[in-house]
Design a binder for this molecule. Structure first.
Ligand SMILES: Nc1ncnc2c1ncn2[C@@H]1O[C@H](COP(=O)(O)OP(=O)(O)OP(=O)(O)O)[C@@H](O)[C@H]1O
Ligand SMILES: [Mg+2]
Length: 229
């Protein structure tokens, strides 16, 4: 296996009145290509904060995130956009689907963003095919025209996973993909993630559920601003 992502000495604080809330305190974590890693830790320990930093949705105060050996801070604007749009797929803790769009349209968004207005004319057909395939693999073939408010929480989360995988990212970051769901639905989502991992998809998943975490290749615990295991 080769190293895909390397976070080194990550610090992150949030302003809290006159003081600072120190959330990450010199955290380091390495992810190998093809791994399925679970991050566990109590509520408020900084799991979402860490995931956002790994996916370049947020910046750390100090430390470095390297993707394939390169510090992502050294990316040009175009490289940075490419990283965000193509290299990482992000599943948010609270889905973040667009209510006005159908499921299929939600899933197609990352590819639309990549293609731009003119590119989309030729990209549309293959993208639609892939979008439908992904929704089908997530067990949602008969829901593609539904809008988010017409779906259950588990179904929404599965759409969010399909969207994150749309541009075939090298790294999937999933924040509590089974978090707000009953355990049977959660296991269904986990099985879908496991199937993608078997085909080579690298996954970093945050969860507070030890049983879910136990099924990953490796579990690391976030406590007191650091990875402790
Ligand atoms: N934008 C922000 N401004 C100020 N404080 C923040 C911000 N985002 C997060 N925090 C604080 O940082 C800490 C870590 O938050 P984070 O969302 O990373 O925790 P978490 O481990 O994901 O928790 P949960 O399991 O509940 O999702 C929390 O105490 C939170 O209040
Ligand atoms: Mg969180």
């Amino acid at each position: 296996m080769s190293k895909l992502l390397n976070a080194n000495g990550i610090h992150k604080s949030y302003p809290m009145g006159q003081t600072k809330l120190k959330v990450l305190k010199g955290l380091s974590l390495s992810i190998e290509k093809g791994e399925f890693v679970a991050i566990i830790g109590s509520s408020g320990s900084g799991k979402s904060t860490l995931l956002h930093i790994l996916g370049a949705l947020d910046k750390c105060d100090k430390g470095m995130v390297e993707f394939k050996g390169r510090d992502i801070e050294t990316y040009s604007g175009a490289e940075f956009n490419r990283f965000r749009n193509l290299k990482v797929g992000f599943v948010f803790q609270f889905y973040h689907l667009l209510d006005e769009l159908t499921m299929l349209e939600n899933v197609l968004l990352p590819t639309m963003a990549r293609a731009g207005t003119f590119g989309w004319i030729s990209a549309r057909k293959p993208a639609k095919k892939r979008g439908i395939e992904l929704l089908d693999r997530m067990g949602l073939a008969d829901r593609i025209k539904h809008k988010p408010y017409q779906l259950s929480g588990g179904e929404r989360q599965r759409v969010a996973i399909a969207r994150a995988l749309m541009n075939d990212p090298e790294l999937l970051l999933a924040d509590e993909p089974t978090g707000n769901l009953d355990s049977a639905t959660g296991v269904g989502i986990l099985e879908a993630l496991e199937a993608f991992n078997k085909q080579g998809q690298t996954i970093v998943m945050v969860t507070h559920d030890d049983r879910i975490a136990a099924r990953a290749d490796r579990t690391v615990r976030l406590a007191d601003g650091k990875i402790v295991k």
